[in-house]
Every structure is written in C-alpha cells, then in structure tokens.
Design a protein around this ligand. Structure first.
Ligand code: FAD
Ligand code: PYC
Length: 417
C-alpha cells in the first residue's frame, strides 16, 4: 500500500478521539444565542465551522447535529477522492479540495489517512474512450494530473482486472489520476471537530432542527429538539435532507433525495493498491486499510429517505465486479448500508446565499461530496463570513437554476445519473 500511515496510528487516533470526546467535548447544551449556527455535523458542516473559526476569527459558533457527528454520509461513503472533473468550474472546486487534502493530517494534527494511491476510470466502449480522453485533455489544460492508459498499461497498473476482449463490457483503456485516492471517512469528521472544538465552537449532538424562524426576509433562529436557538446566520450542510430544512424556511430547492448504497467484503490480504471506477457498469472497488474490499453501487431509481437501498442494485454491481475481477468470486460480503444523497439536475453542488438574508446552503453533492469536504467547508465558511461567494464557488450559486447557467458536469461519478 502507498499509505504513509500505519493502522496503529489510526487505532491510537481513534482511542484519543473517544477520550477527548468524553473529557473535553461532552455534549454542550446550546447557548441562547450564536452568531452562526451550522446545521449538520458531517464533514462539510464541521469543516465549515473550523474555517469560520480559524480563518475568519468568528468564535461564537454552534454545529447542531441530529444524531452523532460523522454518522451521515461522511461515515457511509466509499471515500474516493479525485479532481478529474470536466468543466473548469468543477475542476477549480475539486482541485482546491484535493490540494487541502494533501496537507490535512498535518494541519489538523489528526491522521485522516489520506492515501494518494491513484484513481482509474475504465472505458468499456467507444463513447467512454472518447469521453474519457476528452476529460484527460480538459484536466491537463486545467493543470490537473491525468493520464490515458491503453489496455496493456491498465493490466500493468492493476493486474487483477480482467482485460479479456470477450467479456460483456471489455476494458478499452482507462484514465489514471495519480494524485487521487482515499481517506479514512469518519476521521475527517473527528479531526475537524476536535480542531473546531479547541477554538471554542460548540458541537451539539442529538439536536435536531425542527423549524426555522424568520422575520420577513431575515433569519431569527432555529427551533430544535434542545430548544430555540437565536441566531442571525444559518449555514445548512445536511446532505440528503437539505430540501426538508429549506422547506422549514419556505424555500424550495431543485434536489432529489435518493438512497446510494455500498458494501464491504470480509477482510483479505492486500490485493488492490489503487481505486478502480467503472461508470458504465456502476461499480467501483478499492481496499481499506483493514483489508475489506470497498465496493460501491449506483443510486436507487426512486426518491426515498430509507438509508438502505434495494438488493437489485447491489446484485447488478456484484455481477459487474465479478466479471471485471473473477479473482473475487469466492469472497463473502461482510456488511452493506446506504446513505441518502441529494442530487441537483446538473450533477453539481450548491454553495450559496439564498433569497433569505442570513440563510446559506451547502448541498446537492449527490454521490460525490466526500472528496470536496475540505474545499467545500473552506468556501462555505468564506461565503457565510463575507456574505458573498468566493470566486471558486460563485458558479455554484442557487440562481443558476433560474438563469440557466448550469454546470452540467460529466465528470461526476456515473452513479449520480
Ligand atoms: P453528512 O455527512 O450526511 O452530514 C449531514 C448531517 O446533517 C448528518 O450527520 C445528518 O444527521 C445531519 N442532519 C440532517 N438533518 C438534520 C436536522 N434536521 N437537524 C440537525 N442535523 C441534521 N463522495 C465522494 O466524493 N466519494 C465517494 O466515494 C463517495 N461514495 C459514496 C458512497 C455512498 C454509499 C454514499 C451514501 C455517499 C457517497 N459519497 C461519496 C457522497 C458523500 O458521502 C457526501 O457527498 C458527503 O459525505 C456529504 O457530506 P456532508 O457533511 O454534507 O453530509
Ligand atoms: O464521486 O468519485 C466519486 C464517487 C465514487 C463513488 C461514489 N462517488
């Protein structure tokens, strides 16, 4: 494995996280007033609070989380991190995040196990080949590393892929982004939470937002299961549930919420030291540091808030995985789960002010927001603190659905569509 950190460091970090949580964070009662309340204690919300405190010197901040921090999509995703998106706006956004990932463990003094083991995107037909070659060129023009591998090079880089021309979806080449890779999902939430907490941010778990109080076009506060919290700025980072919260303020968002599922196998010795995505067959595979194969599927085709998903989707994914990697045929599944992702019509996110003064949304990441966590938190904090977008998130404003200035992204994981 090309990982800089050992499993022992991870275990040590996990223990100190739990001790710190009990001793230092506890679970504070909300104060009656905060300058800013972030809704959602996932990676995006916690990173936002961290950058608000660190870069904008704002300290009277709360993060309210209905469950436990990192228990949403942050702790449920397959941790693929890459920035090989097609359009300039997306490339700018995701590469901003990737650059922060490269130094995040050091910055937070917390091992997020960022591992630049490379991400491959396989092509299975002429259309894929053209689309992925076009993306390779577009990435390079944006200064993003990307290579095109022919079939022999695919076999050399990842020998367990079945490159026979006779299979149902033959491999015809692949892109490779070497700076891309994976990280330890919940460590990202813990690392940001610990640093935000040390700068005075209140992180309040088991605190569900039930209502948003407005006075005219301004925010007055939040109704929560722990009482009313007065505030003049609310930043929502509640993936999957953004529309529900927008409705509380009388706003409608152009989002669909759907289950996306994943699974891991029983742990085995190191067998795949990169990440392989295959958008055409909706299957992607990597191996965690514990040895489990991490396998992702496509979204369910219907909207729902059930965090599980249908077996039909998993079956289709496993058929594709077995054809591409016959060596996995006798492996058993260890566990399967789902998360709810909210998807914009153009497969790009929203990081934006709204028509309501003091209400900001960070949502619509669909199947691909984990990779964006540090960049998204950084830019959302800027937008909330300055009440205007940073140049990098300006294209991802909410008004694009009125103006028609969409960022119709083709580099989003195909599982988004
Ligand atoms: P979350 O971590 O979901 O945090 C939002 C929080 O808001 C939750 O903890 C929730 O409890 C809380 N909340 C909701 N409603 C309320 C309320 N009313 N009051 C208070 N709190 C509330 N992305 C990638 O880049 N790469 C991948 O490989 C990848 N794979 C994925 C695989 C799966 C199976 C899934 C489900 C997603 C995947 N994603 C991936 C997408 C990624 O997980 C998300 O885009 C990202 O984690 C979103 O982070 P977040 O902090 O916004 O959301
Ligand atoms: O956005 O790269 C991605 C991704 C992979 C799996 C789910 N999302």
């Amino acid at each position: 494995m090309k990982n800089k950190y050992s499993i022992f460091t991870l275990i040590k970090n996990s223990f100190s996280y739990h001790e710190n949580w009990q001793k230092a964070w506890g679970n504070p009662k909300p104060k009656s007033y905060y300058d800013i309340v972030i809704v959602g204690g996932g990676g995006h919300g916690l990173a936002t609070a961290y950058y608000l405190a660190k870069e904008h010197n704002l300290k009277n901040i709360a993060v309210v989380e209905k469950g436990w921090i990192g228990g949403g999509n942050t702790g449920r995703n397959t941790t693929i991190i890459r920035s090989n998106y097609l359009w300039d706006a997306s490339a700018g956004l995701y590469d901003h995040a990737l650059k922060i990932w490269e130094n995040l463990s050091q910055e937070l003094n917390f091992n997020v196990m960022f591992s630049q083991r490379g991400v491959m995107n396989l092509a299975h037909n002429q259309h894929d080949v053209r689309e992925l070659k076009r993306r390779t060129h577009a990435n390079r023009l944006n200064g993003i590393d990307c290579e095109w591998l022919n079939v022999d090079q695919v076999k050399e880089f990842c020998p367990i892929i079945n490159c026979s021309p006779d299979i149902r979806y033959p491999v015809m080449g692949s892109t490779l982004q070497r700076r891309a890779g994976t990280a330890r999902h919940d460590a990202v939430a813990w690392g940001y939470a610990r640093s935000a907490d040390s700068m005075g941010v209140d992180i309040i778990q088991n605190c569900e937002v039930k209502g948003i109080k407005r006075k005219g076009d301004s925010i007055e506060g939040l109704e929560t299961t722990k009482g009313f919290i007065k505030t003049s700025k609310i930043g929502v980072a509640a993936a999957g549930h953004s529309s529900v919260i927008a409705n509380m303020a009388g706003l409608k968002l152009p989002l669909e919420s759907k289950p996306l599922q994943a699974l891991v196998s029983e742990p085995i010795k190191p067998i795949i030291d990169t990440v392989v995505m295959s958008n055409a067959v909706h299957a992607y595979v990597s191996q965690s540091d514990k040895g489990e194969l991490v396998i992702g599927a496509g979204t369910d085709s219907y909207v729902s808030y059930t965090q599980k998903g249908t077996h039909e989707i998993i079956e289709g994914t496993l058929k594709a995985v077995l054809e591409l990697y016959p060596i996995f045929s006798r492996l058993r599944m260890l566990r399967q789960w789902g998360g709810i992702v909210d998807i914009c019509p153009d497969a790009s996110p929203i990081i934006s002010k709204t028509s309501i003064k003091g209400l900001y949304f960070n949502c619509g990441w669909g199947t691909g927001g984990f990779k964006a966590t540090p960049g998204s938190g950084h830019l959302f904090a800027y937008t909330i603190a300055k009440d205007e977008p940073h140049a990098l998130n300006a294209p991802f404003n909410i008004n694009r659905f009125v103006s028609g200035d969409l960022v119709d992204e083709h580099g989003a994981a195909a599982v988004a569509h």
